[in-house]
Each structure stands twice: as C-alpha cells, then as structure tokens.
Ligand binder design. Structure first.
Ligand code: FNR
Ligand code: LAC
Length: 367
C-alpha cells in the first residue's frame, strides 16, 4: 500500500483466451482511480473506440498455394534484432498496476525478445528499468520539459543506461479531456522516479494535467533537430497522424516515425490511428522505419498494420493489465499470446516471414 493505494504483487503466467478479456479481469484488482486512468480515453471516447473498429476497414487477402510452414516472427528494425515485431509502448506510472512497475514489464519483454519503450513518467528509474530488461532493446520516451537542463539530464541518463533510441512524444502538449480522471478526482499516488530527482517535484499528488503543464506545449521541427543533435541515438517522433508532419520530422532529423493517437487519450474526434497509417507510410516511402500503435488487440490487427507500412506494432493497455494480473510472467503471457495469434494468421495468409507480411495484400471494403 503506497499512500493508501493498493499495488498488486501477482507473479504468475496467465491463461489468456484473448487480450480484450484482460480489461475486465484487471478492473477487479486495480484500484478505481488507477484503472480509470489506464483504461480511460478523452471526452466520449469516440476515437478510442474507432481505434478498434478501424481494423475492420481492411481485410487480409490470403495466398493459399505458397508452400509455407512454421512462420517466423523475428525482425530487425533500427539495426536491433527482435524476436517479434510487437513491442511495449511507453506508458506512465505502471506502479498503478503492480508494485514492481516497469521493472517487471521490462523482464517480461526481455523474456520474449521484444522491444520496450519506457516513459519519462515511469514509476521506476531509467537505470533500474533498463537493467531489469537487459537482453532485449529499450527506447526511452521523452516528454520535453520547458527546462532544457532537465531534458539533457534525461537524455544523458538514458544513453548511459544503454537505451537504443529516443522517442519524442508530440501529441500530448496538453492533457486530453479525461472524464474518468475528473469523476475519480484521480491524482498519481505513486511517485515518478524521473521527476523525483529533479526540480519538477515527483508527480505524486498531481493529476496528469498538472504534470503536462510543466512539460513543453510548444514543440516544432527545431526541437526534433535540437534533440537529434544532442543525442547520437536515433530520435523517433511519436504521435504523427499526417503525412506532412512525417516529412517535417524526417527533414528535421527524425530517424523514425511513430503513427499513433495515444490510444484515444488525447485528441478525441481524430481518426483511428490505423486509418491514417497507410497514407503516412506512403509519404515516408521507406526513408525511415515506421512504428504504429493504438487499438491493437489481435494478431490480425498486427498483420494489417505491418501490411499497411508499419515495421513495429505496439500494444499498451493489455500489457498493463497483464502486469497487474501476473507481473513479469503476466506481461510475458500477453506477448506470447499475441505472437501465437499472429503466427496462425501468417500461416493462413501464406506469409512465412515479417518481410512477406509487409508485402501482403489488403482489401479496403467497408462492410
Ligand atoms: C499511455 N501512453 C503514453 N504515451 C507516451 O508517449 N508517454 C506516456 O507516458 C504514455 N503514458 C500512457 C499511460 C497509459 C496508462 C496508457 C494507456 C497510455 C500512450 C501509449 O504510448 C500508446 O500510444 C497507447 O497506449 C496505445 O494504445 P493502446 O494499445 O493502449 O490501445
Ligand atoms: C497519458 C500520458 C502520461 O496518456 O501519456 O496518460
């Protein structure tokens, strides 16, 4: 119990039917305020729901006579060897789900050989999260502060901890209108390790809106360039939904484009993330790798995102639910389950490798 907040301590493998069912199970064991913050989207959650529905807008046209068996999920993006193209998105305050927080998430990702992104607003420190996940690559996600000393100290710490890339999040310059947090009067009960050490206070007792207020609202291509100049790590810009922004970011030095609408937690009324992926990928035209997230829950969703131009496909909420339900082993179970669904889809679609999936044909029929 931290500040009256009960943290889960489960450490067990999970028997998963599908990722959607994890939400109801996690709701039973995560305290109301924390669950509302994790599950919630902004306003009436139209965009959050659109993220899921959008995957029905495209169908997979299978090839049958392809002579394949035993599909392979391994891939290599940004020069990083990965056992799966599915990765853990940056997600703040995982201490809300489990006492071990991002340290257990990192262990789970290392166990499956998948990439993990850690958030500026993590419950556990950059170094602890990085060492817990040794064996699989990690990216550090930066919320750019108005204080450049703070930004540089985080970038230095991330580099020292051995992360392989920096994600700059640009779609959360203010907090989306999160009605669950208002109803619950939610304020973070768990300190944020990276804020504890610096002048920004430790986040505890603050709502996400206040935390965001201390971050930068003004972010432009010059900031991408400034960060890319400061660190020699690849800088990936997260929260891109328009082809123009993708080209702006690349022109400013971005080494990757991350198509996302923050899981429907930010601009409500925007398109589903999946519905803008193909246009952004066409504009990027292979210049840099593309990362995708928001609403991914099925192996077929992963397949469709890869076939629409993504090189890495991220999941958020289901991993946090798996963390609450089973700690590191719970996280491992979530990724093993989704890998299994993807393997079945790849076999049935006649695609043996991830490279084959990226060339697969999708049909755009709105039923
Ligand atoms: C997030 N997300 C997020 N993104 C980011 O860049 N930095 C962050 O600190 C956070 N924090 C965060 C907390 C929680 C509880 C959630 C659910 C999400 C957004 C995240 O990276 C990703 O874009 C979405 O979670 C993807 O959607 P799904 O898979 O959760 O539907
Ligand atoms: C959120 C922020 C932390 O989505 O990214 O809550």
């Amino acid at each position: 119990i931290v500040n009256g907040y009960k943290q889960n301590e489960n450490e067990k493998a999970l028997d998963i039917l599908n990722l959607d069912q994890l939400e109801a199970q996690a709701k039973e064991i995560i305290p109301t305020g924390g669950f509302g913050y994790i599950a919630g989207g902004s306003e009436d959650e139209w965009t959050l729901q659109a993220n899921r529905r959008a995957f029905t807008h495209k169908q997979i046209v299978p090839r049958a006579l392809t002579n394949i068996e035993k599909p392979e999920l391994d891939t290599n993006v940004f020069g990083l060897p990965l056992k799966t193209p599915i990765f853990m998105v940056p997600a703040a305050a995982q201490g809300l789900a489990h006492a071990k927080g991002e340290v257990d998430t990192a262990k789970g990702l290392a166990a499956v050989g998948g990439l993990m992104a850690q958030s500026t607003y993590s419950s556990t420190s950059i170094a602890d999260t990085a060492s817990a996940g040794a064996g699989a690559p990690q990216f550090f996600q930066l919320y750019m502060s108005k204080d450049w000393e703070f930004n540089k100290s985080l970038l230095d710490e991330a580099k020292k901890a051995g992360v392989k890339g920096i994600i700059l999040t640009v779609d959360a310059t203010v907090d989306g209108y999160r009605e669950a947090d208002i109803v619950n009067n939610f304020q973070f009960p768990i300190p944020m390790a990276n804020l504890t050490k610096y002048s920004e206070g430790d986040g505890q007792g603050k709502g996400i809106a206040e935390i965001y207020a201390s971050a930068a609202q003004k972010i432009g291509p010059d900031d991408v360039a400034r960060i890319a100049d400061y660190t020699d790590l690849p800088v990936i810009v997260k929260g891109i939904e328009s082809p123009e922004d993708a080209l702006y970011a690349i022109g400013a030095g971005a080494a990757g484009i991350y198509v996302s609408n923050h899981g429907g937690r930010q601009l409500n009324g925007g398109p589903a993330s999946f519905d803008v992926l193909a246009d952004v990928a066409r504009a990027v035209n292979g210049k840099v790798p593309i990362i995708f997230d928001s609403g991914v829950r099925r192996g077929s969703d992963v397949f469709k995102a890869l076939a629409s131009g993504a090189d890495l496909v991220g999941i958020g909420r289901p991993v946090i639910y798996g963390l609450a339900l089973g700690g590191a082993q719970g996280v491992q179970s979530v990724f093993e389950h989704l890998d299994h669904e993807l393997e079945i889809i790849m076999q049935l679609a006649g695609t043996k490798t991830i490279a084959d999936v990226k060339k697969a044909k999708l049909l755009n029929i709105h039923y």
